[in-house]
Ligand binder design. Structure first.
Ligand code: IMP
Ligand code: MG
Length: 185
């Protein structure tokens, strides 16, 4: 799998060190608030599991699975909930845990859904941010790393469901997806 990477951007050690900092910051910000952390499946699974271990306050976790209606309608921001939350968010301080913010359409939709369900607060923690590709004005409140406009894989991030189990994060070689569209998940 490593041979399919153009370059390694962040090693597992660097990622874990950054998540440790984020966990300390989030511990301070959410103390006494019993936050509900909402992980977006499947990309955020590893980030979620490492992040909550670095938060030393009572909290709950839940997961949601979302899918866009394909590339042609993607720009409309229409997305579909494939697996909804188990927990009621009414009155809860919700922290969305996402792997990467790209166009921002998924998160804009998800944030609206949670606000409409009467969450007390909704904030976003994203491990990676690709601000150069944004189509809607949305910024993560907590961000691990800002990355260039390239397709990255590893540490939960996939191309066609592969590479999620790479411990490091890197830019995927173009020849891996040459012939198909720009990779999207
Ligand atoms: P957005 O709605 O365009 O912000 O899409 C966010 C989703 O697209 C993320 O949750 C990822 O699943 C996927 N995505 C965006 N950029 C990348 C990337 O570089 N590598 C892998 N997945 C990506
Ligand atoms: Mg994805």
């Amino acid at each position: 799998m490593m041979k399919d990477l153009e370059t390694v951007l962040y090693t597992e050690e660097q990622i874990l060190a950054r998540i440790r900092n984020m966990g300390e910051q989030l511990t301070a910000e959410y103390r006494g608030k019993f936050p509900l952390l909402v992980g977006v499946l499947k990309g955020a699974v590893m980030f979620m599991s490492d992040l909550v271990k670095r938060m030393t306050i009572p909290l709950e976790i839940d997961f949601i699975a979302i899918s866009s209606y394909g590339t042609s309608t993607r720009s409309s921001g229409v997305v579909r909930i494939l697996k909804d939350l188990d927990r009621d968010v009414d009155g809860r301080h919700v922290l969305i845990v996402e792997d990467i913010v790209d166009t921002g359409l998924t998160l804009a939709y998800l944030r609206d859904v949670l606000v409409r369900r009467n969450a007390a607060s909704v904030r976003i923690a994203a491990l990676f941010d690709k601000p150069g590709r944004r189509q809607v004005p949305i910024e993560p409140d907590y961000c691990g790393f800002t990355v260039p406009n390239a397709f990255i894989v590893g540490y939960g991030l996939d191309y066609a469901e592969r590479y999620r189990n790479l411990p490091d994060v890197g830019i995927l070689k173009e020849n891996v997806y040459r012939g198909s569209d720009t990779p999207r998940t």
